[in-house]
Design a protein around this ligand. Structure first.
Ligand code: 5AD
Ligand code: SF4
Length: 447
């Protein structure tokens, strides 16, 4: 096990505030950071104003994600003159930019990459007079000591199974910000699952940049077998996984999904583009036809499967015709949800070495078209659910109307409903009475 020096005295009487940008992996890492700092005696502050230490957990995947770090640092900058506060940057920008980051914003006290979070108490103790940069990278999995997560949800837990990526899609910074693939030993995953089930967690989500390339480093057990095992573990009610790569999404995984009702009939499978020629330039390793064939197989083997995807518009050289193929792929699959982005060049990626030649206005128009089409598709999918009754895992008050509760169904759709009691972390049955493009509405049904 990776050696850490955690004594409850290290951060005694210090409060920390965490601001997280980016994907679920970062959300999960922030739970880990909060756990590590709490174990070292620190206290999590509710408000940035009250913190002695501010840590920004960053995302580098798109230009816009990285800009969020700089605008956040700009917003907190005035506070730093008023009282002594340590500022740290964690996550993907920390890893990809490290020293550069400190050159741009000299008030940063420490920069810590994803492989160094266990060292945070020691880093915080040592920094102040000089800036500390911890961006070392290990090829082995670093297991956090037990119970070192401060989980935000009482019902849903993210379980990391791998990190990094070996795929080198031509637009993507992840292989540089998260390193090459490394897999968590299965025995640690098993121990964590058993612990979570014993503590009453209902839902687990396996996390990794490419979960389907998982192989236990000790026994070679593949992802499909892990999924099968989780689907048959007593106690867990829902099992999901994120993210899968279409190239390695195998029939064995589909079969494992059919083996147990606990494994949610839901998959996020990033398409990126519906055009085979763009996919080749993106180095995705599959054609439009191969992707659509996998979707057909999924839909045949798992009736009612809910699919979501990621789309990039305006990739270098994308013609109107190629873009049209993305629209037609969305029409063909009818995803339950999509995440769509304008292409932005990222440092060190191979696409960034060539021209970013689709004008901004065209990228913007294509993004609007993609989102308008998806809005129509989603509205129709949601409308078709009116009158049905479904299981929903309660998450908390609805963001739009705090008098309502919000939760997710098996398909990972947002469901808002009225409930007489606090149903956070509980499964309830909801009859759908209305819908919009982004959520469903309904009423609690007493069994
Ligand atoms: N430009 C735009 N979108 C990108 N993504 C990754 N890199 C870029 C980039 N350079 C998107 C992809 C990926 C998601 C996490 O972010 O769609 O699946
Ligand atoms: Fe990035 Fe491609 Fe790896 Fe996904 S598979 S993290 S898009 S390089």
């Amino acid at each position: 096990m990776y050696n850490t020096r955690l004594t409850p005295m290290d951060l005694k009487d210090k409060s920390f505030f965490l601001r997280t940008f980016g994907c679920q992996m970062n959300e999960s890492d922030s739970e880990k950071i909060a756990g590590i700092l709490t174990a070292a005696g620190g206290r999590e502050a509710e408000r940035v104003e009250d913190a002695d230490i501010i840590i920004v957990n960053t995302c580098a995947v798109r230009e816009k994600s990285e800009e969020k770090l700089y605008s956040y640092l700009g917003r907190i900058r005035p506070r730093l003159d008023a009282r002594p506060v340590l500022v740290g940057v964690a996550g993907c920008v920390a890893q990809a930019e490290s020293a550069n980051l400190v050159a741009r914003r000299p008030f940063i006290d420490f920069v810590v990459g994803p492989d160094n979070y266990l060292r945070l108490p020691e880093i915080i103790e040592r920094c102040g007079e000089r800036t500390i940069i911890a961006d070392e990278w290990s090829n082995d999995w670093r297991e956090a000591p037990d119970l070192l997560f401060r989980r935000r949800s009482p019902a849903t837990a993210a379980v990391s199974i791998m990190e990094g990526c070996d795929n080198f899609c031509s637009y993507c910074i992840v292989p540089f910000s998260r390193g090459r693939e490394k897999f968590r030993p299965l025995r640690h995953i098993r121990a964590e699952l058993a612990e979570l089930a014993a503590r009453g967690y209902q839902e687990i989500q396996f996390l990794g940049q490419n979960v389907n390339s998982y192989r236990d480093p000790e026994t070679g057990t593949p992802f499909a077998a892990l999924l099968f095992e989780a689907g048959h573990m007593p106690g867990l009610k829902w099992v999901r996984f994120l993210t899968s790569h279409p190239k390695t999404f195998s029939a064995a995984i589909i079969e494992a999904m059919t083996s147990s009702p606990v494994i949610c009939r839901q998959v996020h499978l990033p398409l990126q583009s519906g055009s085979t020629s763009v996919l080749a330039r993106m180095n995705r390793g599959y054609s439009r036809e191969e992707y659509l064939a996998k979707i057909t197989l999924l839909q045949e083997r798992i009736p009612g499967i809910s699919l979501s995807t990621d789309i990039i518009v305006g990739f270098p050289g994308e013609t109107e015709e190629e873009f049209g193929e993305t629209l037609s792929a969305l029409e063909a699959v009818r995803f339950a949800n999509i995440f769509s982005f304008r292409y932005s060049p990222r440092p060190r990626t191979s696409a960034a070495k060539g021209p970013d030649d689709v004008p901004f206005d065209i990228k913007r128009r294509r993004l609007i078209e993609v989102q308008a089409l998806q809005k129509r598709i989603q509205s129709a999918i949601h409308e078709s659910l009116i009158g049905t009754t479904m299981a929903v895992l309660g998450e908390g008050p609805s963001r739009k109307d705090p008098a309502m509760f919000s939760g997710r169904n098996e398909s990972y759709q947002v469901v808002n409903f009225r409930a007489p009691t606090d149903v956070r972390g509980r499964f309830v049955r909801v009859k759908i009475s209305g819908s919009g493009p982004y959520s469903l509405r309904g009423d609690l049904v007493e069994d």
